[in-house]
Write a protein that binds this ligand. Structure first.
Ligand SMILES: Nc1ncnc2c1ncn2[C@@H]1O[C@H](COP(=O)(O)OP(=O)(O)OP(=O)(O)O)[C@@H](O)[C@H]1O
Ligand SMILES: [Mg+2]
Length: 240
C-alpha cells in the first residue's frame, strides 16, 4: 500500500519537480513501485523530466472528466506517471483528485504528488491527496519563508508529517554568508530536515534528454540518500 507524499515549496523554481523525478528514480532503482502525479495544471514538467512527453495521451483531468479510466491515463515506465491537465476545469476539486489517487494506492509503494508553486487552488488540490509532505527550499530567505508558509498551510490542512529538503546547496556562498546555512534553513522553516541536494548543473539536462544524471553525480547521490531515509533507513544527511 503506497505512502502518498506531497512535494511542495510555496515559491516556484525551488526544484520540486527535479526532486520528485530524482527521488522517484532512486526508489525505483531500489526496487520500489513508484507513481508520480504531476499537479502543475497548465505547466506540467514531470513528463519531460521522466522522458515520457511523447507518451502522454491522457492526463488525470481526463479521468476526472470521465474521458478515460485511471488505467488508461497512467503512463507506464520505470516510474509510472499521471500527467497534469493542460487547462483548469471546475471539476478539478481537491476531493476528486484525492479519491482518484487513493484508488491507486494498492498498486504502488510510493506515490509522489508534485505540487505547483503557490499555496492557492493548485496547491490545495495537490495537498488534499497527501498523507505526508516534503517541502523543498533553496538556501535563501525568500524561498525559506515561502516554505514556512507552505508548512503552516499543510498543518492547517491536517498534513502533520512534513520534512525539509534543502536544494541547490553550495558550500562556498554559505561560508561567505551569501546563502543561508543548513541550521538557518531548519530554524526559519521550522521543519525537520530529511536531506540536502547540492547544486548540480547536470540536473538541468534532464528536461532536455529525459535521462537522469550519472549515478555518481552529486544530485543522484543525494537523491539516493534521501530515498533511503524515506524508506526508513538510517543514512547520513549529507555526504561525508
Ligand atoms: N540541485 C539543483 N542544481 C541545479 N539546478 C537545479 C537543481 N534542482 C533544480 N534545478 C533546476 O532549477 C530549475 C527549476 O527546477 P524545477 O522545475 O524542478 O523546480 P520547480 O520547483 O518544480 O518549479 P515550479 O515551481 O515552476 O514547478 C530547473 O532548470 C532545474 O534543472
Ligand atoms: Mg515543478
Amino acid at each position: 500500500m503506497a505512502e502518498i507524499i506531497l512535494v511542495s515549496s510555496g515559491k516556484g523554481g525551488s526544484g520540486k519537480s527535479s526532486f520528485t523525478a530524482g527521488v522517484s528514480r532512486a526508489l525505483a532503482f531500489a526496487g520500489k513501485k513508484v507513481l508520480d502525479v504531476d499537479c502543475d495544471i497548465g505547466l506540467r514538467s514531470l513528463d519531460l523530466l521522466l522522458g515520457a512527453s511523447d507518451k502522454v495521451v491522457f492526463d488525470w483531468g481526463d479521468v476526472l472528466l470521465g474521458r478515460c479510466t485511471a488505467e488508461q491515463a497512467v503512463i507506464k515506465g520505470e516510474i509510472d506517471l499521471l500527467a497534469a491537465p493542460s487547462r483548469f476545469d471546475s471539476a478539478f476539486e481537491p476531493e476528486a483528485l484525492a479519491k482518484l489517487v487513493k484508488s491507486l494506492k494498492s498498486s504502488y509503494d510510493y506515490i509522489f504528488i508534485d505540487s505547483p508553486a503557490g499555496i492557492d487552488k493548485g496547491f490545495q488540490i495537490a495537498a488534499a491527496c497527501a498523507e505526508k509532505a516534503i517541502v523543498v527550499t533553496t538556501p535563501d530567505s525568500i524561498c525559506v519563508r515561502s516554505c514556512a508558509r507552505a508548512f503552516d498551510e499543510l498543518d492547517r490542512l491536517g498534513v502533520k508529517d512534513v520534512r525539509l529538503v534543502i536544494n541547490m546547496f553550495e558550500v562556498k556562498p554559505v561560508c561567505k554568508h551569501k546563502l543561508l546555512n543548513i541550521d538557518q534553513c531548519i530554524d526559519e522553516t521550522g521543519v525537520q530536515l530529511i536531506g540536502v541536494v547540492p547544486r548540480d548543473a547536470n540536473l538541468g539536462y534532464c528536461s532536455v534528454t529525459g535521462a537522469s544524471p550519472s549515478e555518481f553525480s552529486p544530485s543522484t547521490l543525494a537523491f539516493s540518500r534521501i530515498a533511503k531515509r524515506i524508506t526508513g533507513k538510517r543514512v547520513p544527511l549529507v555526504c561525508e
